[in-house]
Design a protein around this ligand. Structure first.
Ligand code: 13P
Length: 258
């Protein structure tokens, strides 16, 4: 059995108002119950963090943000700091999502500064990595993933490696209905664990969760989660409804018993 607690995280992206978010969070919390062998994190947009945070108080659900700035405070119009997130009981933060990289020009150096700032503020970064379709077709998947992992985690102290979560999200699988096959995903997850071993040592690397993201749904989750190095999922579309999201939490719980 794996020493890693499976983690299912819902990335709501730019969906749900504050009140819709609270309603969805309550529905998820009611189904998950107060105990689960799976860690469950929901990541609403900034504007719903406060209402969702109140809605999940005393439940098994933890809250993540979808982004943050690396600076502590100051003249950064439109940005949000780690301290602002912590004040709303946020414990996790998605960093370097491919939509941030491709639509908002975030590069590895900026993402790395955010990872370090998140750790400094005791937020757990969920660092997203993954190749474009053209990169997979050109055979450069490992090269791209290596760069994103090594640059994204540069300077992370060994003592904090257990706070880090990686999400492998092949960009061509996000929102497209095309999933990586379990074998394709496992191959990249195992490669990422090798990179983590190089940076932090085998024991620490064995504790770091590596999530899969990209059209993960209740009907393909069991097979993905059965793979040795797939420790959970970062879910987009299927996290927007309580039933499909909770079904994924159940799949992750089931993966523990196999
Ligand atoms: P989908 O599950 O909608 O493909 O989105 C995945 C994702 O980008 C999660 O961060």
């Amino acid at each position: 059995m794996s020493i890693r607690t499976p983690l299912i995280a819902g990335n709501w992206k730019m969906n749900k108002t504050a009140s819709e978010g609270a309603e969805l969070a309550r529905a998820i919390a009611a189904s998950v119950g107060i105990e689960s062998a799976v860690q469950v994190v929901i990541c609403p947009p900034f504007t719903a963090l406060a209402s969702v945070s109140t809605a999940v108080e005393g439940t098994h659900l933890a809250i993540g943000a979808q982004n943050m700035h690396d600076k502590v405070n100051g003249a950064f119009t439109g940005e949000i700091s780690a301290a602002m997130l912590r004040n709303l009981h946020v414990t996790h933060v998605i960093l370097g999502h491919s939509e941030r990289r491709s639509l908002f020009g975030e590069d590895d150096a900026f993402i790395n500064r955010k990872v370090l700032a998140a750790l400094e503020a005791s937020l757990k970064p969920i660092l997203c990595v993954g190749e474009l379709l053209s990169e997979r077709e050109a055979g450069t998947t490992q090269e791209v993933v290596r760069r994103q992992v090594e640059k994204g985690l540069a300077g992370v102290p060994a003592g904090k490696s257990d706070q880090v979560i990686i999400a492998y999200e092949p960009v061509w699988a996000i929102g497209t209905g095309k999933t990586a096959t379990p074998a394709m995903a496992q191959e990249v997850h195992a490669f990422i664990r090798q990179l983590l071993t190089k940076q932090f040592g085998a024991e620490a690397a064995a504790r770091i969760r590596i999530l899969y993201g990209g059209s993960m749904k209740p009907d393909n989750a069991d097979a993905l989660l059965a793979e040795h190095d797939i420790d959970g999922g970062l879910i987009g579309g299927a996290s927007l409804e309580a039933k499909s999201f909770v079904d994924l939490v159940r799949s992750a719980a089931k993966s523990l018993t196999r």
